[in-house]
Design a protein around this ligand. Structure first.
Ligand code: ZN
Length: 70
């Protein structure tokens, strides 16, 4: 199932953030950028669920409801 992304929101530091609005998924995709150890521009994606970083880079995680501790 594909994520149902919200509008992207731009962070003050230039990173962007979008949230899957499908109930139970609520995954957050952060498009991050910075400079690597060689001084080159670098960008990557981070996937978050709540305050937990679940993945960095790679393929988009599946859109699926997850059990969340109350
Ligand atoms: Zn989703």
């Amino acid at each position: 199932m594909k994520h149902k992304w919200s509008e992207k929101t731009r962070q003050p530091n230039g990173d962007s953030r979008k949230v899957c609005t499908r109930e139970g998924c609520d995954i957050v995709c952060m498009s991050c950028h910075g400079v690597d150890s060689h001084g080159r521009q670098d960008h990557w994606k981070e996937w978050w669920r709540g305050s937990e970083k679940i993945q960095v880079g790679g393929l988009t995680p599946a859109c699926e409801p997850v059990e969340v501790d109350a």
